[in-house]
Each structure stands twice: as structure tokens, then as C-alpha cells.
Design a binder for this molecule. Structure first.
Ligand SMILES: [Cu+2]
Length: 506
């Protein structure tokens, strides 16, 4: 058994399949089991620093606890297929930032690119000037500049960091790039009983635009759809949508990296992250179950085992997997075309040399609410002081254009409309009147799921939640972190083209 501070790193190495399309070599990989993958992360130093703030790092003496260099990197996502993209310290994910809850740290960010950048610390409670959203007033880091951030990490749990730059029509900016990494805030009290710890981020690369419907997730398509309009307006064609044909777990497409090597009887801790800019993903490890104990890094009231895990962009799932079915398996997307195009990694038991196996997982649906308090045992919840409806709509812009998105039918930033009073409880009712499912994220706070498409929920704390197609999700927010707080869909294109709002405190 190893403890939290010891984690697995595997050196990446390439397997050559010769020149072939991603689809072809991914299929080859599934067939041959010659697959490898590299869990992300690097070691982190012990932190020590004063109060929160931002400084021009050039004026500050002494090394920071962590340093992130933003610079172009060449990532060998598939054999001899190098993706050129800005990344942190030359890798994607960037270095694992491991911090102790409540213990101040310094992070220095060096922008070695030719565009202004921002690093957002997703899931942390930080002041708006550090949080990493321009909309909240965090200053951009100019090209060639460096900034030193000093903050006290909280709350404990699996967080992450990523760029918050707007991309608009530029698919080489924002979360389309390799600028993402895991940030773990350690409570110091987690017994952490496991044999192996993995950090697995779901990704796509080399995005491009299409005018064809490319949705590869169907979250909520079969659900109740309480927000579906009586008549659908199909008069205008859809606009351009970003999509991809090259996928990976961390920076290696299925078949391109080291396998995850395990032994029978081991208990593996998986930190799962959807770092996609594009879409929700559903994954499985055939023959095994994910014992989910935290969502977005927050422990759930009812941990339980499930066979598939769905993650919207920005979401995290922490789960234990008992390695009790020896063989060679593919941990990957349940959607065949995505898995064959790289969204997976091979899990190989010791002394097993057979082909990597995949088994279909038909009919299984992810459901947040099963991890909450049982309805009969749910603690009483105070009535909200206010309810805020948030209606999401899409305005088709026509062929060759970018669709626009609105929150409450109004353009950003909803002046004066979304004002919070400190200490009050707000029920946010997310009403999705679009045919996409949206992972919506609120900065600097977390909220409790109250209702998902009519199913009550209790005790699940999150910072990002998927609002299904034509679906409705209600959450309770206690206004306890004064300052501007950005709200947006975590799909980059939706955020860039209007799916955003700003909460203020009175
Ligand atoms: Cu969206």
C-alpha cells in the first residue's frame, strides 16, 4: 500500500504502427493490445508563503512553490503524430499541483507565448483578482510576462487548473490547447487506502469546424425533457461546431502509450477529469466497477459502484477500482467511434499478454442522484431565500456562422440582474431549452444539487453540472464568497458565443 503522496508516473514511449489514419491505428491498437498510456502528473514541493495576492514575479525574491511555463509543446499523441499546442511545462496534463488545504502557496506563471493568458484554478475558493477569469477582473498575463500568485488553497479535493482565455473562432486558443492540469488539495486527514493512484484526463486534439451535426454524447436525450418546447424551430440550419477526430487519455491516444499496469487484488484510485473543450464523455472499464466516492472533488453522501462514468467538460470523478478480473482491458469511451479514434487506455494485469478487450455497456446511464442521501434519510434543507431562473437558449446563425447562446434571453453580463446578498440561500433553476446538454460551471463557489429532471437530490456538492438536453436542474447556492463570480457553459464555443453570466454581490 502506498499513501497519497506517492503516485504513479509512467514514462511515455511510442509504439510504431506506421503511417495510418487515427481511426485505423486506434483499431489496430484495440486488436493487438500493444497499448500504452502515461498517467499525468509530476511531484510537487512542500508549500510555504504569506497572504493571498498577485505580484509581478520579477520583483519577488526566492523560488515559488510551483512554476508553470506556458509555451508551445510538441505532444506525441499518436505514434509519430505530434500535436503542436501551448501547454504547461511541456506536458499535458501539466505538472500535478499537490497542495495542503489551508496552507498558503505561491505559484509562478510564466507566459512564453505571444498572446495574453490566464490560469483558472477550477474548484478553489479564491478572490476574483486571482481566480483566473477576465470577467471577474483577474488581470491577463501579457505575452512574455510572469505573475506570481499567492493563495490559500481550499476546499480539499480534486481540483484542476486550465486556461481561461477566450478562443472565439481560433481553435488554437483557450481550452482547445494543452493548457490543463490536475490540482489536488489534500485535507491531511484522508486515510487514502489504495495501491496505485492514477490521474486520467479525457481529451481531444486538433479540433476543426464542421457544419454537420457531430454530437457524440446523448446525455439526457432519453430523459424527461421538461424544457422541450411544444414546437421546435427548425427553420434555420445549424451553425459551425468545433469537433475532433483525435482523442486521448492524458496525452496518449489509445494504443500510443504505456498501459496502466496493475496486479490482481490491487485497489486503484482514479482521479478522472474531462478536460475536453467540446463534449461530455462516458467511459467504462469492462468487467470492473468504479466505486465513486467524490464528485468534483467533494465527498458524496452515498458512495457506490457504477459501471459507467459520465463527465461533462470541467467535471471530476474520484473512484476506486478493485482489480479483480485479470486480463487486458480497455478503459475508454463507451461510444465506439471515439474509442477507436483514441479515447481510451489499456489496463494490463501482470503476466497477462492477451489482446486488449472491450465489451459494450448497453443501456447504462449515469445518474448523479444515486450518490446523494437516500430520499428517506435526507436531512431537512432550509427553504431558499430567493429563486433565480436561468433559461438557456440557442440562436441559430445559419450556414457557415457561429450560433449564439443566451442566458435569460439577454446578452452578457446581465447588469444588476444576478445580484447576491451575502449569507443568503439561492435556488438556481437551470432550464435548458436547447438540443445540447451543457456542463455549466460557477466560479469560486460550489452548489448542492436539489433536483435533476424531477428527481430530488440531497447532499451532492459540485461546481459544474450537466444540464441535459431540454432538461432542468436546480441547485442551491449559499452566497458565501463575496466578489464577482463567473458562470458559464464549460464548452468553449458556447461560452465564447454568449453562454455566460456574471454574479455580483450586493
Ligand atoms: Cu454549452
Amino acid at each position: 500500500m502506498i499513501k497519497r503522496r506517492d503516485f504513479v508516473t509512467c514514462a511515455g514511449a511510442a509504439t510504431l504502427y506506421g503511417a495510418a489514419s487515427p481511426e485505423l491505428w486506434a483499431q489496430a491498437a484495440e486488436a493487438t493490445a500493444a497499448s500504452r498510456a502515461a498517467p499525468g502528473g509530476g511531484a510537487a514541493a512542500a508549500p510555504a508563503a504569506p497572504a493571498a495576492g498577485v505580484t509581478d514575479a520579477g520583483a519577488t525574491a526566492g523560488p515559488a512553490d510551483f512554476t508553470l511555463h506556458i509555451a508551445p509543446a510538441a505532444l506525441e499523441v499518436a505514434p509519430s503524430h505530434f500535436v503542436s499546442t501551448p501547454a504547461y511545462n511541456g506536458t499535458a496534463p501539466g505538472p500535478l499541483l499537490r497542495m495542503r488545504e489551508g496552507k498558503p502557496v505561491t505559484v509562478e506563471v510564466v507566459n512564453d507565448t505571444d498572446t495574453a493568458e490566464l490560469v483558472h484554478w477550477h474548484g478553489l475558493f479564491l478572490p476574483p483578482e486571482i481566480d483566473g477569469a477576465e470577467e471577474e477582473g483577474t488581470p491577463l498575463i501579457p505575452p512574455g510576462a510572469r505573475r506570481r500568485y499567492e493563495f490559500t488553497p481550499q476546499p480539499a479535493g480534486t481540483r484542476w487548473y486550465h486556461t481561461h482565455a477566450m478562443a472565439m473562432g481560433d481553435l488554437h486558443r483557450g481550452t482547445y490547447t494543452g493548457q490543463f492540469g490536475f490540482l489536488l488539495v489534500d485535507s491531511g486527514s484522508d486515510p487514502g487506502r489504495y495501491d496505485r493512484e492514477l490521474f486520467l484526463a479525457l481529451r481531444e486534439w486538433e479540433p476543426f469546424y464542421t457544419d454537420q451535426p457531430m454530437d457524440t454524447d446523448d446525455i439526457g436525450v432519453l430523459g424527461p425533457q421538461p424544457e422541450r418546447p411544444a414546437t421546435l424551430d427548425t427553420s434555420r440550419p445549424n451553425g459551425l461546431e468545433a469537433t475532433s477526430q483525435l482523442f486521448s487519455v492524458n496525452d496518449k491516444a489509445l494504443g500510443s502509450g504505456e498501459p496502466i499496469r496493475v496486479r490482481e487484488g490491487e485497489r486503484v484510485l482514479m482521479h478522472l477529469l474531462n478536460a475536453s473543450a467540446l463534449e461530455n464523455r462516458t467511459i467504462a472499464l469492462p468487467g470492473h466497477e468504479f466505486y465513486v466516492f467524490a464528485l468534483d472533488g467533494n465527498p458524496v453522501p452515498t458512495p457506490r459502484a457504477v459501471k459507467v462514468v459520465t463527465l461533462g467538460p470541467g467535471e471530476r470523478v474520484d473512484a476506486y477500482v478493485e482489480m479483480n478480473r485479470p486480463g487486458v482491458w480497455i478503459l475508454g469511451s463507451t461510444f465506439d467511434p471515439l474509442r477507436r479514434a483514441g479515447l481510451g487506455v489499456v489496463v494490463e494485469y501482470a503476466n497477462q499478454h492477451r489482446q486488449a478487450r472491450w465489451e459494450a455497456q448497453p443501456g447504462l446511464q449515469w445518474d448523479y442522484t444515486v450518490f446523494g442521501h437516500p430520499v428517506s434519510a435526507a436531512p431537512a434543507r432550509p427553504a431558499p431565500d430567493h429563486t433565480i431562473d436561468m433559461v438557456f437558449e440557442k440562436i441559430p446563425s445559419g450556414a457557415g456562422q457561429f450560433d449564439l447562446w443566451t442566458v435569460n434571453g439577454k446578452p452578457y453580463p446581465h447588469d444588476g440582474e444576478l445580484t447576491l446578498e451575502q449569507g443568503k440561500r439561492y435556488r438556481l433553476a437551470f432550464r435548458n431549452r436547447t438540443d445540447d446538454s451543457h456542463p455549466v460551471h460557477l466560479h469560486r463557489h460550489r452548489f448542492e444539487l436539489v433536483d435533476v429532471n424531477g428527481t430530488p437530490s440531497s447532499g451532492i456538492l459540485k461546481d459544474t453540472v450537466i444540464v441535459p438536453v431540454y432538461g432542468r436542474v436546480s441547485v442551491d447556492l449559499i452566497a458565501d464568497h463575496p466578489g464577482l463570480s463567473f458562470f458559464h457553459c464549460h464548452i468553449q464555443q458556447h461560452m465564447d458565443f454568449g453562454f455566460k453570466a456574471l454574479f455580483r454581490y450586493a
